[in-house]
Design a protein. Structure first.
Length: 552
């Protein structure tokens, strides 16, 4: 293989060291624990909750202490529909295994009821097996670096897995991923080989431990993945400390990758961003680690919550299903969650969905497209907002328009279409309430014409919504007086927006405040008639408040 890299130290960042962790969506939590601990012999090093959805578990598996490069994480949604692999996502995670252990692992997997597929990759033997949710889990037999052994593992020490070897991403075009890895993250391109699924390119991180490789399989013309149980949500890359992470945040922002602000994940700090083809990456710090809130000998024994969730511990424990950690034979959780039926908006309303299945969600976001747009277009915001607690619903307007004239036109000129559009929202909200998601757990969002409709609908309600996010919008009618009871509203506009006059935007914000809404109204020069990262960050913050209230 040939090696090449275009990474420049002048960027102000050090190369990332390799893989930190991989995060996957699962379905049945106990089945997940049984596979990764009882079959693969990994330690359940942490039982906590999804910080964006504290009613859902987040499991971390790894070596004795959960060192970076060994950490496989899952958030299980009981009853979740199976995902579909496709381009724009990571599709497989490979562990390193001792070279002499191939026969042992083939027999072990078969005895546990899992069929393994054998192959060769860059000259190394590989076994691929599907975990209980269909995630491709691979073993590469290469005598990788040893990790901290877990004495209670059911796998003998001489055959124990040695942390990650690599991940595999599928891409329509490998060039954008190559540009990110070699140009901005310090990976070196090692070479290519033919693969049954396309052309495979291997990249190596700068570290000397475990989890050094990212493989990209180019699959032009193939469809995108559909997220669900078994789907890999993101892959996290290692950086040593907060200072290095801050340098990456600045460099990736300058390069146009739109990383999120730093997120406190209790055991590491994280930023998230997507490459242009859709693969979601994270950069996570090594510290503080999993022993920060419990001793190594007790890892995985208790449900651990960050301090900001501790006041709601009893409610959270009531939401999560009962599980058993076999290391201690201890049970956590108090009740089982019900499986969900397929998502539906009912009636004749055409609604598209993404994110969490409706009957598994406690919070929802209803997204309204702009004039000439579509439900599919506005639904892509789900990937940008990246809050897994939410079910995202997007109704489709007839002929791609909610009403025929400008929102500033006399009201009668937009009838009966405006009333019909408001009726569509009534139908969606009624369906959500029938599924157990109350109005105060729903965030209504929209862009342009959809933003105006969202604000108008909220303005006419006699009950509080969870929140409203208006990307370039204003009220259609002024002069209403009903109390909005603290409804959070985020709205933003460019002062020169030709569709939303600044005067009307400011009058709308003033009226909403006067009626008791908690309004964050921002005038953003240079925004244009688009949605920028500042708006997405503000929307995410509002939505996180709704998640917190839903388990409070």
């Amino acid at each position: 293989m040939t090696a090449s890299s275009s990474f420049s130290p002048a960027s102000g960042t050090s190369p990332v060291q390799g893989l930190h962790h991989v995060t996957i969506m699962a379905s049945d939590p106990q089945r997940n624990i049984d596979f990764y601990t009882q079959v693969l012999g990994q330690r359940l090093v942490k039982v906590t909750v999804n910080f964006d959805d504290p009613g859902t578990y987040h499991f971390y598996y790894g070596d004795l202490t959960g060192q970076p490069g060994t950490i496989m994480t899952h958030f299980p949604w009981p009853g979740a529909a199976r995902g579909v692999r496709g381009t724009g996502e990571v599709v497989a995670t490979a562990y390193s295994a001792p070279a002499a252990s191939q026969e042992y692992w083939a027999e072990r997997l078969q005895a546990a009821g899992f069929s393994a597929q054998a192959s060769q990759r860059f000259g190394q033997p590989v076994l691929r097996v599907e975990d209980p949710d269909g995630t491709w889990t691979e073993l590469v037999f290469d005598d990788g670096q040893p990790v901290q052994p877990w004495p209670a593992s059911l796998v003998p020490a001489e055959h124990a897995l040695r942390g990650f070897h690599s991940v595999t991403a599928w891409a329509q075009d490998a060039a954008p991923v190559r540009a990110l890895l070699t140009g901005h993250l310090g990976f070196t391109e090692l070479g290519q080989e033919a693969d049954p699924e396309g052309t495979r390119t291997r990249f190596r991180g700068s570290g000397d431990g475990v989890g050094l490789f990212v493989d990209v399989v180019e699959r032009p013309g193939h469809g995108r993945g559909e997220f669900g149980a078994g789907s890999i949500h993101h892959v996290a890359l290692r950086t040593r400390d907060d200072a290095e992470q801050a340098a990456y945040l600045a460099a990736l922002t300058a390069a146009g990758y739109h990383p999120t602000p730093v997120q406190d994940r209790q055991y590491f700090h994280s930023i998230y961003f997507r490459e242009p083809g859709g693969v979601l990456f994270e950069i996570a710090t090594d510290a503080p680690g999993f022993a920060a809130d419990e001793p190594v000998e007790a890892l995985g024994r208790h449900l651990k919550l960050p301090e900001w969730f501790e006041p709601r511990r009893a409610t959270i424990e009531a939401h999560v299903p009962r599980i058993v950690n076999h290391e201690y034979r201890v049970s956590l959780g108090t009740r089982e969650l019900e499986s969900a039926a397929p998502r539906s908006a009912g009636g004749t309303v055409e609604v598209q969905g993404a994110g969490r299945a409706l009957d598994q969600a406690r919070v929802a976001m209803v997204l309204l497209h702009g004039r000439g747009g579509s439900a599919a277009d506005i639904l892509t915001l789900e990937r940008e907002i990246n809050l897994s607690a939410f079910a995202y619903l997007a109704p489709q307007a007839p002929d791609h328009s909610w009403y025929p004239q400008s929102f500033l036109a006399p009201l009668e000129q937009n009838q009966p279409q405006l009333d019909q559009a408001l009726g569509t929202l009534d139908a969606v909200m009624a369906e959500l309430e029938a599924r157990g998601i109350a109005p105060q757990q729903v965030v209504l969002g929209g862009f342009s014409q959809g933003a105006c409709l969202a604000l108008e609908y909220a303005s006419r309600q006699s009950r509080r919504l969870g929140g409203v996010v208006a990307f370039s919008g204003a009220l259609i009618t002024l002069g209403r007086t009903a109390d909005l009871a603290g409804t959070p509203v985020f709205m933003a506009v460019d002062p020169r927006d030709g569709h939303i006059p600044l005067e009307r935007f400011e009058a709308s914000a003033a009226e909403l405040r006067s009626r008791g809404a908690a309004v964050d109204a921002r005038v953003l020069p240079g925004l244009g008639h688009t949605i920028n990262q500042e708006e997405l960050d503000a929307a995410r913050a509002l939505m996180q408040q709704v998640v917190g209230q839903s388990v409070g």
